[in-house]
Design a protein around this ligand. Structure first.
Ligand SMILES: O=P(O)(O)OC[C@@H](O)[C@@H](O)c1c[nH]c2ccccc12
Length: 262
């Protein structure tokens, strides 16, 4: 079984247990459930730099990235860096994250927050909303077209934006539908962990204009961004490059500054 299949199998188990402990009614009672969300797509459309910085403690491909930071400090640092939004990994087993991370980030900042999770069920969308997310991720590699449709429409109905992630043309073609806001191309193949921005370039022309294009993973230089901007990308999801430092906010601020100068 590849890692992605393993993660999804675990997610199914985790969800059965979670639903026993926290019923939907409880999620809907969260004060955050009524919160008006902020649009990441709009921020990206109007930004010159379009950085979405991620909070990621560890990953299956790199093991430990940074375990010693406080998520609120990271969130504030990112916000002060003038980026467009933040991605918060909430998977515990493989990425060392939690819904509490999302909640603490929400309490610390106003910018759009993406719940970075392996979404397979509406319940996780209610959780995202109840913990202060503005945007959710759907991964085409693990969802059928009908599931993408159902989940994205549900997300939109509770005010969440949708970033759909693909890794190849087949995933892209099966996923295009009006209930998506942003289309992300993951430069990391989640099955083999190989990283190359070539895939973002290859797929760029096949993404319809109405979606904001996001290039995800393996980005560590401003030159790579300048290059991807030529292919129409407006958003750039960066994790490790900032998280591996002891001050991700500062690293992001310097990155944005250099990018603005180019
Ligand atoms: O740390 P990187 O290489 O900058 O990548 C960030 C982000 O794109 C990556 O964490 C990611 C992209 N899609 C995902 C899906 C699940 C988990 C993680 C991811």
């Amino acid at each position: 079984m590849n890692i992605l299949d393993k993660i999804i199998a675990d997610k199914h188990k985790e969800l059965v247990l979670k639903k026993l402990v926290v019923p939907v009614s409880q999620l809907e009672q969260s004060a955050l459930f009524e919160r008006e969300t902020v649009s990441l797509a709009e921020k990206l459309r109007s930004s010159k730099t379009g950085i979405i910085a991620e909070h990621k403690r560890r990953s299956p491909s790199k093991s430990i990235i940074n375990q010693g930071l406080n998520v609120e400090d990271v969130a504030k640092g990112y916000e002060d860096a003038g980026i467009s939004g933040m991605s918060v990994l909430t998977d515990g087993k493989y990425f060392g994250g939690s819904l509490d991370d999302l909640l603490y980030a929400r309490a610390a900042v106003k910018m759009p927050l993406l719940r970075k999770e392996f979404i397979i069920d509406e319940y996780q969308l209610l959780e995202a909303k109840a913990h202060g997310a503005d945007v959710i991720l759907l991964i085409a590699a693990v969802l059928e077209r009908e599931e993408i449709k159902r989940l994205s429409e549900f997300a939109k109905s509770i005010g969440l934006e949708v970033l759909l992630e693909v890794h190849n043309e087949e995933e892209l073609q099966k996923s295009i539908m009006p209930s998506l806001d942003m289309l992300g191309v993951n430069n990391r193949n989640l099955k083999t962990f190989e990283v190359s921005t070539d895939i973002s370039k290859e797929l760029s022309g096949k993404i319809p204009e109405d979606f904001v294009k996001v290039s995800e993973s393996g980005i560590s230089s401003v030159e790579a961004i300048k290059d991807l901007q030529q292919f129409g990308y407006k958003g750039f999801l960066i994790g490790e490059n900032f998280m591996k430092t002891n001050n991700p906010g500062k690293a992001a601020a310097e990155f944005v500054k250099t990018l603005n100068k180019l």
